[in-house]
Design a protein around this ligand. Structure first.
Ligand code: SF4
Length: 238
């Protein structure tokens, strides 16, 4: 199946181990008008048309991954602000999932959105996308509802940035994998952050992938600063 749509893409990365269970592929879209206070991904706000790529190119990248791919996480930016491209992308991932040889665990599709679930589920356009996903993490990021990190910050919100966000399982696979754990959600359930360093046309960039707790990134840049490493332009400050 070919998808004529184009997607404004911020980044695609493999392997991702801090945004959903298992070893995953991550796709971050470019463009978000929600501007949550404290957003850690301000570099994805600008709906830069120069970041458009064919959805088929993203699907081709997924199909070329060496594996295992236990899931695909789509985040941003705001994925639902590109509904036609997002629909084509999740359709293509579903078709690829059905065709490919079975790996260690079934592949799930997890999508992040800054819109609350009740709003997403009201529109037929968004519902058509959700019907093809296994789970959505829905709701804006609210900095004060992200518990502090550091040595005392043991309690974590598994896969969520702030306590107001909801993980909504959307399929039997999603229910098995993303149903809320009873009691405390602890950090032992998975790594909180991973780091990737990439060379690109704008020079070397360091990406923190995952969900830091409140203050983690400021703490990191202070620590680097004290060690004489200048962080330069960072995505979590204006
Ligand atoms: S947290 Fe997500 S939804 Fe909120 S402004 Fe940042 S990219 Fe947009």
């Amino acid at each position: 199946m070919t998808a004529p749509e184009t997607l404004r893409l911020a980044k695609a990365h493999y392997p991702v181990t801090a945004l959903g269970p298992g070893t995953r592929a991550g796709v971050w879209v470019q463009g978000c008008t929600l501007h949550c206070h404290g957003c850690l991904s301000r570099d994805t706000w600008d709906a830069d048309p120069g970041r458009e790529v064919p959805v088929d190119a993203v699907l081709g990248w997924l199909a070329s991954l060496p594996g295992p791919v236990d899931g695909v996480t789509i985040s941003g930016g705001e994925p639902f602000q590109q509904p036609a491209a997002l629909l084509a992308l999740v359709r293509g991932i579903r078709a690829w999932r059905d065709e490919r040889p079975r790996e260690t665990m079934p592949l799930d599709i997890l999508v992040y959105s800054g819109y609350v679930y009740s709003r997403l589920s009201r529109t037929a356009e968004a519902r058509a996308i959700l019907d093809l996903c296994d789970a959505v993490v829905a709701g804006p990021y609210v900095d004060r509802l992200n518990p502090p990190g550091g040595p005392t910050g043991r309690r974590s919100l598994l896969w969520r940035g702030s306590a107001n966000q909801r993980i909504v399982p959307l399929s039997p696979l999603g229910r098995r994998r993303y149903a809320e754990p009873a009691g405390d959600e602890t950090e032992e359930a998975g790594p909180r952050m991973q780091v990737s360093v990439e060379e690109g046309p704008e020079g070397r960039r360091v990406y923190y992938i995952g969900i830091p707790r409140r203050g983690d990134l400021e703490h990191l840049s202070t620590t680097l600063d004290e060690a004489g490493v200048r962080a330069g332009v960072v995505s979590w400050r204006a």
